[in-house]
Design a protein around this ligand. Structure first.
Ligand code: ADP
Length: 184
């Protein structure tokens, strides 16, 4: 049983690592970005509301995200563990998550921060070619990350819940470092 939160800037490799580790631990990988992209692709009400924010590299409003996460964590497959990737992304989302977990009688084991220098991030994102991966939008996402998400590093390290990993290594090396943390 593992309950993990993945933190890190866009392009840090959260999605790749969260997916590998979720398979290894046989728990769901819950990526708010993926859920939103699927909603946009299917033109659901959520997708229609979220698309403009995503295209500009902004965060979608908290209310849309917190309802989505609440619903997802209540699914039966999330009862035995999960990896949250892309949530929380603001201090207010982190506080919401604390309340939500308390209300459903769960808690997380630790928060994993993938550390990667900016030059590497921009290179990786430009080569990925997702719809929101053009240069202006990438720079905006990095700016939003620094302003709104990076404060979570202090938020969780003040609570001694943060583990940082050097994300500027090969995929296999990062995976090995992660497995070491969760086995410890
Ligand atoms: P990245 O790979 O850039 O970290 P994600 O796939 O996690 O991106 O998310 C893509 C987009 O979805 C974000 O730029 C943002 O608009 C939206 N999004 C995802 N998670 C959240 C969240 N927790 N709060 C607000 N917006 C979010």
């Amino acid at each position: 049983m593992a309950r993990l939160i993945f933190l890190g800037p866009p392009g840090a490799g959260k999605g790749t690592q969260a997916s590998l580790l979720a398979q290894h631990c046989e728990i769901p990988h819950i990526s708010t970005g993926e859920i939103l992209r699927a909603a946009v692709a299917h033109r659901t009400e959520l997708g229609v509301k979220a698309q403009g924010y995503m295209d500009r590299g902004e965060l979608v409003p908290d209310q849309l995200i917190v309802d989505l996460v609440h619903e997802r964590l209540l699914q039966p497959d999330a009862a035995s563990g999960w990896i949250l990737d892309g949530f929380p992304r603001t201090v207010s989302q982190a506080k919401f998550l604390d309340e939500l977990l308390e209300s459903i009688g769960q808690s997380y084991d630790c928060v994993i921060n993938l550390d990667v220098p900016d030059e590497t991030l921009v290179k990786r994102l430009l080569s990925r070619g997702r719809a929101d991966d053009n240069e202006d939008v990438i720079l905006n996402r990095l700016h939003v990350y620094r302003e709104q998400t990076a404060p979570l590093i202090d938020f969780y390290s003040d609570r001694q819940q943060l583990r940082s990993i050097d994300g500027n290594q090969t995929v296999d090396q990062v995976t090995a470092a992660l497995k070491q943390i969760i086995q410890a």
